[in-house]
Design a protein around this ligand. Sequence first.
Ligand code: GRF
Length: 191
Amino acid sequence: MRLALFASGTGSNVQAIIQAVEKGDLQAELACLICDQPSAPVIEKARTAGLPVFSLTYKAAGGKAAWEQAVVTYLKDQAVDILVLAGFMRIIGPDLLAAYPQAILNIHPSLLPKFPGKAGIKEAYEAGVSQTGVTIHWVDQEVDTGPIIAQEAITVSPDWTLDQLEAAIHQVEHRLYPATLQTLINDKLSS
Ligand code: GRF
């Protein structure tokens, strides 16, 4: 299975997936990184790992639809099977959804359907929940609403700072995303 990673920022999840492939824990081919922010730190991480990088802003592409069409052409050329969103801060539009039905995954730092959107960790923290967690789900046309594939809960200690909660979330993400991808790939290969 050939995966394309999509990210816009730090790229700690991209790094975790790259390391899982390098260690043999995730048996997949990483085809490329798709990034919409040319100054994002994730680009350097991908390049260091030898991953081809497709970096283009919406503006330079001439808008969202043109960006997605350029990305679809690139992904088809790279024979990509699965799109893995890992901190990709854009809403996937109709061109990508139509080109890759049932093949786009996202990771979200809360127990969906609770705390969707961009500030899932902070909102859970400020709500004072005793449990939050990580969700991996299929992407549909809405934000953070697609069918859930995997979830892992984290118990929030009352004395944690927001930074400590973020660290705990990322630790789970970095283990759960590669493991879930491997399970999905096993399922696809055996079906
Ligand atoms: C992660 O918390 C992920 O769940 C969310 O965006 C964050 C990306 O972090 N969608 P990183 O860029 O992988 O470090």
